[in-house]
Design a protein around this ligand. Structure first.
Ligand code: DAH
Length: 359
């Protein structure tokens, strides 16, 4: 116990150095507290009943009034500083605890289970991406078009005249849009309108494929869905021939199915190609011998193709004297069915994990 020098100075039960020491000890203990329990202990040691601080505090009552006031103020200040310090440290520790809990609760959706990814892309997406890879490897660009189209893009510019059956309301979902101003909007029934967008863009030559969703007013059954997927191909260059078309189809089918598949073209009619053909591949189920899937023919029709009709070039401002081209289009869902021997197209949209996880 010491006292300050000077006659009128109040007599205090401690020196400033002693208070500083008590403070420094408490500061160190609070800072070192690694969790809330340790902090409580540090607080008890610094300010609790048996602390050095409390011993000094208890002596206040025995002091002369002048000394009591001054000593009381200093001890109160010290107590407030230490309490603030403890509060601050408590907030820090609580925040760290919350963060640790959040980290612990976090769901790792990329978690690897048993050495394999727990989820995977949908089968249709997988086949679409394989097709994209094959065509990118052949130097094609991947193009995209809107799913909501006007009559012009889905029909008119594709040389599908006003009386063509594909325009009937039985096939097409027509849309009533506010502010349509006489323009008729619809969900595209095919990816062929992307041809029109590509041609209108006017950047020639064109080597492009456009995969995407298509819609028709069909009742879902084993081989139809009202929403399905197609991929469109368009090549426009100088001197493109039907032979280039046949070679391109053969090449990508081989890349997709491997070497054991044959392809053939059969004459057909499409308004936007002339001549037109359907392309077929040897049945993957019976290897061409004939079975129920291929109606005993050994061949399965995959899609349509042909040389771009001059009317399509004219409608989009491309000179048919200078440019020639071919186009093709086919259903991705059907292709996926064939590659994996799936009996019913509806399995693609039922989202039954037992089905999806097989692939
Ligand atoms: N768009 C046609 C359909 O949905 C398929 C098709 C046929 C696309 C011939 C083409 C083509 O590009 O040349 O049935």
């Amino acid at each position: 116990m010491s006292q300050t020098a000077g006659g009128d100075d109040p007599v205090l039960p401690f020196t400033p150095a002693e208070l500083a020491e008590i403070e420094a000890e408490a500061v160190a203990a609070v800072a070192a507290a690694a969790d809330l329990a340790a902090l409580e202990e540090a607080e008890r040691l610094a300010l609790g009943k048996r602390s050095r601080f409390s011993l000094l505090y208890q002596q206040l009552g025995q002091l002369a009034p002048a000394g009591r006031k001054e000593a009381g103020q200093r001890l109160h200040q010290l107590r407030r500083r230490l309490e603030d310090l403890v509060d601050e440290r408590r907030s820090e520790l609580e925040a760290a605890g919350r963060l640790a809990r959040l980290r612990g609760d976090r769901l790792d959706l990329t978690e690897v289970v048993g050495g394999e990814l727990a989820g995977h892309l949908h089968l249709v997406t997988e086949v679409r991406e394989q097709l994209e890879d094959i065509f990118v490897g052949m130097g094609y660009e991947i193009a995209e078009g809107p799913e909501v189209e006007t009559d012009w893009y889905n029909f008119e510019a594709l040389n599908i005249g006003p009386d063509h059956p594909a325009r009937g309301s039985t096939d097409t979902f027509f849309l009533e849009l506010d502010g349509a101003q006489g323009e008729s909007y619809l969900l595209r029934t095919q990816t062929s309108p992307v041809q029109i967008h590509l041609l209108e863009r006017g950047r020639l030559p064109i080597y492009a494929v456009a995969p995407g969703r298509t819609y028709r007013r069909d009742t879902a059954d084993a081989t139809h869905l009202p929403g399905f997927h197609q991929i469109e191909g368009l090549v426009v260059d100088h001197g493109v021939t039907m032979g280039d078309l046949a070679g391109t189809i053969e090449t990508f089918i081989r890349a997709l199915f491997g070497g054991e598949v044959s392809t053939r073209l059969r004459p057909a009619h499409f308004p936007f190609t002339e001549p037109s053909a359907e392309f077929e591949i040897s049945c993957q189920i019976c290897a061409g011998a004939g079975c129920r899937t291929c109606s005993m023919t050994g061949w399965i029709e995959l899609g349509g193709c042909g040389m771009v009709h001059p009317n399509v070039f004219v409608a989009t401002g491309v000179d048919p004297e200078e440019w020639t081209g071919f186009a093709f289009g086919f259903g991705i869902d059907r292709l996926a069915i064939m590659r994996h021997g799936i009996a019913d197209l509806r399995s693609f949209v039922e989202n039954d994990v037992r089905f999806l996880s097989q692939f």
